[in-house]
Design a protein around this ligand. Structure first.
Ligand SMILES: *Cc1c(COP(=O)(O)O)cnc(C)c1O
Length: 385
C-alpha cells in the first residue's frame, strides 16, 4: 500500500463525521446500543466493535489500522506507553514455569520486566549476546516461549539478524518479538523478515512532538486477539482517544521528520569523523560499524540517534562536554522535533572509569545540522583547553 496514502487517508471515513478533514477525538467512555440483542452481540465482539473505550474507540481504531498497514501486519493494538505495550505483549504469552530468551541489555524497563516483575510469577529470562543467532538456539529450553529482540538497540545500536533468529524460532515453535522503536516502521519491517510481533514506543518518532506517551504492538489478527483478551483488557493500559489523535497528527509528517533527522545525523557524523576528541562513533549505517552489512540488509535507513565515545579522562570531563552544549537539551527520550543529549555515565559513581563512562548519545531533531555541528565542535574544544 502506498505510504503517503496510509499516512494521510487510510482508515479515515470522513463522511461519517461531516466530511471533516481532521478526525474527531471521540472523547467518550461508552457507546449506546439500540436493542438488547445488539448490545449482546456488541459485548460478545468487544475486540471489533465500540462498546467501551477500554476496548475499542473509533479515534484509536484509525491509528490501529494505519499502524498495522505501516508494519505490513494484519492488526495492531495501541497502548498508553511503549512499556505498557511490551509488558502486555510479553505477559499475554507466558505462564508460570515458562522461559524467555532476550538480548542482553534491553531497554531499561524491559529489563526490569524480565529481572524483577516476571520472576515473581515464575517466568525466567536468559540474556544472550544477540550478535550471533546461534546464541538464541543454544539458550532454548523445553519451556522457552519467547525470543525478545531489540534491533538496533537505542544506545550502542547492536543488531540481530532478524531473518536468522526468526527461522530458529519457527523451527522450535517460539514466538519472536522486537522493539522496533529505533527504526520506526518506515526504516525497518520486521514482520516481512519473519518476526511475529513488532512493538513501538510511539512516544518517540510516531508522536514526534515530545508531547505524548504511547505504545503500539503489531502482528497477526490472532495474536492481537490473544493480547486483547489478556493483557490489553485486564491490565487496561490503553491510549486515551486524545493521545491517539496526537499520534494520528504525528503520522502526517512522520516520513518528513524521520528523513530530516536521519540526513542531519549522517551529516553530523561525517563532520565528527575528523574530530580528534571523538574516539569512536556508534551508528547502524556507519562504515566503521562491524554490523554495517547486516544493517544495510535489514534497514532501509538509520534514524537520528547516534553515540560517540569522547576523549575524556573522567566523568567530570564528560559533564563539562555535555554542560557546554547549547543546542542540545539534556533530556531522556528522543524522536521529537528537538535535539537531545544524554551521557551513559548518569548511573555511575562520579569517580568511576567503568566501560562506557565516556559514551554520549545524541538525538538529532529538526534544527539546522550546521548549527548542531558547530555546537558539538565548541563543546569538544572544551576538552582540550
Ligand atoms: C522509550 C523507549 C521504550 C519505552 O517506551 P515508553 O513510551 O517510554 O513507555 C521502549 N523501548 C525503547 C527503545 C525506547 O526508546
Amino acid at each position: 500500500m502506498d505510504l503517503s496514502y496510509i499516512l494521510n487517508h487510510l482508515g479515515e471515513d470522513r463522511e461519517e463525521y461531516f466530511n471533516a478533514v481532521a478526525p474527531p477525538v471521540m472523547q467518550t467512555s461508552n457507546f449506546a446500543f439500540q436493542t438488547v440483542d445488539e448490545m449482546r452481540r456488541g459485548l460478545r465482539e468487544e475486540f471489533s466493535y465500540p462498546a467501551y473505550t477500554r476496548g475499542v474507540n473509533p479515534t484509536v481504531e484509525m491509528l490501529r489500522e494505519k499502524m498495522a498497514a505501516l508494519e505490513g501486519a494484519e492488526d495492531a493494538l495501541v497502548f498508553a506507553s511503549g512499556s505498557g505495550a511490551i509488558a502486555s505483549a510479553v505477559m499475554s504469552n507466558v505462564n508460570q514455569g515458562d522461559h524467555i530468551v532476550s538480548i542482553r541489555n534491553p531497554y531499561s524497563w524491559t529489563n526490569t520486566l524480565f529481572t524483577k516483575l516476571l520472576p515473581g510469577f515464575g517466568v525466567e529470562t536468559s540474556f544472550v549476546d544477540g550478535n550471533d543467532p546461534a546464541n538464541f538456539e543454544r539458550a532454548i529450553r523445553p519451556e522457552t516461549r519467547i525470543f525478545y529482540l531489540e534491533s538496533p538497540n537505542s544506545f550502542t545500536f547492536e543488531l540481530q539478524d532478524l531473518r536468522a533468529v526468526s527461522a530458529i524460532a519457527k523451527k522450535h515453535g517460539i514466538l519472536t518479538m522486537i522493539d522496533n522503536s529505533y527504526s520506526s516502521p518506515l526504516y525497518q519491517q520486521p514482520i516481512s523478515m519473519g518476526v511475529d510481533l513488532s512493538i513501538h514506543s510511539a512516544t518517540k518518532y510516531i508522536g514526534g512532538h515530545s508531547d505524548t506517551i504511547a505504545g503500539i504492538v503489531c502482528g497477526s489478527r490472532e495474536m492481537m486477539r490473544r493480547i486483547f483478551d489478556s493483557g490489553y483488557m485486564t491490565l487496561g493500559g490503553i491510549a486515551a482517544p486524545f493521545n491517539a489523535w496526537l499520534l494520528l497528527r504525528g503520522l502526517r509528517t512522520l516520513q518528513l521528520r524521520l528523513d530530516r533527522s536521519s540526513e542531519s545525523a549522517t551529516k553530523i557524523i561525517q563532520a565528527l569523523q575528523q574530530e580528534p576528541a571523538v574516539e569512536k562513533i556508534f551508528y547502524p549505517l556507519y562504515e566503521g560499524n562491524p554490523q554495517y552489512e547486516l544493517a544495510r540488509q535489514q534497514m532501509t535507513k538509520a534514524g537520528g540517534l547516534f553515540t560517540i565515545a569522547i576523549r575524556a579522562a573522567s566523568i567530570a570531563d564528560v559533564e563539562k562536554f555535555c554542560n557546554s552544549l547549547k543546542r542540545f537539551l539534556l533530556a531522556v527520550s528522543w524522536g521529537g522535533h528537538e535535539s537531545l543529549v544524554m551521557p551513559r555515565c548518569l548511573g555511575m559513581a562520579l569517580d568511576s572509569k567503568e566501560e562506557g563512562f565516556n559514551l554520549v548519545r545524541f538525538y538529532v531533531g529538526l534544527e539546522e545540522p550546521d548549527l548542531l555541528i558547530k555546537d558539538i565542535r565548541q563543546a569538544l574544544e572544551k576538552l582540550n583547553p
